[in-house]
Design a protein around this ligand. Structure first.
Ligand SMILES: C[S@@+](CC[C@H](N)C(=O)[O-])C[C@H]1O[C@@H](n2cnc3c(N)ncnc32)[C@H](O)[C@@H]1O
Ligand SMILES: [Zn+2]
Length: 365
């Protein structure tokens, strides 16, 4: 049944209940948090721009995302909505009228074809597909403008986080990791794939905000069209070297074969070894958050974004030590006293992002 629902500042007509038929138009109220954070990210980005922008909501469904951008973000010159489902197009048009959206173009094409019409012309490209975004990344990287922003959702967290390693290898050309830091490794694999696609067009990709929530990954990165920026995409691609026996982990440009403890190292990747956040961007985003959940998530992210290092799950390290771990807060205090960077991470309630070594934490447990 179709109903009028509220999502952020928008009132739209959307299917309420379980989607059973292929031609029904997708709307997931649980993804409101994704849209809330995307609105915040676009607002932070626009704070850095001095002109009106073109937005591309390339997998629109009801149009809710693009409509919210128009209602909740300033300085939008025009917007492109696109969806392959003809029923979505009817609904997008109705919802545009309902929300009095101006300067909208509505397309019903494969997203890659739609993006191909706008080479280097869309200032903010939003890719929000079912499952993996991989098939859209080349076209998105081409369409995004110099100094633009790219936002990508991936709901295929299982392959990216090591549950289906063959699928990760096929789709993302990378070895995933099924250990405590599996979700961060998944995000880093996704970022490296985006950066690779951007590099083809001499575009640098700089991740500004990346997060994992419930069943999806969402990443945002800014684009700079110079050869030297694109070179950084390659420089920032490497591996996570990981030892299951002693807890060692490291972001590394080259693969490592044997751990100091004698165990064989797993080299997950290729993946993004640069920062997955921009500290200023995340701090600004955190200040703009209005809902409790978005605030909580972005406050943690703005703390962990201060340093590009990996995190450790304390439960995981306590299993290695075969001893119950002290409270996470106590370990954080101890590491900071020792002069290490240490913060909580949004990836896990028992995770600590730190530049300390596994043994520094294990000794304290
Ligand atoms: C996850 S939904 C988008 C949800 C929407 N962005 C939101 O925030 O509510 C994905 C949409 O992509 C559309 N779609 C799937 N494959 C497509 C393709 N190759 N090109 C364009 N649209 C496609 C589907 O019809 C569906 O409406
Ligand atoms: Zn080891």
């Amino acid at each position: 049944m179709y109903k009028i629902i509220t999502d952020g500042a928008a009132k739209i007509k959307a299917f309420s209940g379980e989607i059973t038929k292929k031609d029904e138009v997708f709307y997931n109220p649980k993804m409101k948090m994704n849209r809330d954070i995307s609105v915040i990210a676009l607002n932070v980005f626009q704070g850095t721009r001095d002109r009106d922008i073109v937005v591309g909501d390339m997998l629109s469904a009801t149009g809710i995302r693009g409509i919210r951008y128009c209602l909740e973000c300033k300085n939008i010159k025009s917007i492109i909505f696109n969806d392959l489902n003809p029923n979505a197009i009817k609904l997008i048009n109705e919802n545009i009228t309902l929300n009095k959206i101006k300067n909208a173009t509505v397309l019903s094409l494969d997203a890659c074809e739609a993006l191909s019409r706008y080479k280097f012309l869309i200032d903010y490209v939003d890719i929000d597909p079912f499952g993996s975004p991989i098939q859209f990344l080349d076209s998105a990287a081409r369409a995004v403008s110099n100094k633009g922003l790219l936002g990508v959702t991936a709901t295929d967290t299982a392959p990216l986080s090591g549950t289906y390693p063959r699928a990760a290898l096929r789709k993302y050309g990378a070895v995933a990791l099924r250990e405590d830091i599996k979700h961060e490794v998944g995000i880093r694999i996704l970022l490296a794939n985006i950066a690779r696609e951007c590099a083809k067009y001499d575009k640098g990709f700089n991740p500004v905000l990346s997060y994992f929530h419930e069943h999806y990954f969402r990443v945002f990165g800014t684009i700079k069209k110079t050869r030297s920026s694109a070179e950084l995409n390659i420089k920032n691609t490497g591996y996570v070297a990981y030892c299951k026996k002693c807890g060692f982990r490291e972001l590394t440009k080259e693969k490592i074969s044997i751990c100091d403890c004698g165990e064989k190292i797993i080299n997950a990747g290729p993946l993004w070894i640069g920062s997955i956040f921009d500290n200023d961007f995340c701090k600004n985003a955190s200040k703009k958050a209005k809902t409790f959940d978005a605030k909580k998530l972005l406050e943690t992210i703005s703390l962990e974004s201060e340093k590009n290092c990996l995190f450790y799950d304390i439960h995981y390290l306590s299993k290695i030590k075969k001893k119950a771990a002290p409270k996470t807060e106590k370990i954080l205090e101890h590491l900071k006293k020792q002069g290490f960077f240490a913060s909580r991470t949004h990836f896990s309630p028992t995770g600590i992002r730190t530049d300390a070594k596994a043994e520094d934490i294990i000794d304290f447990i």
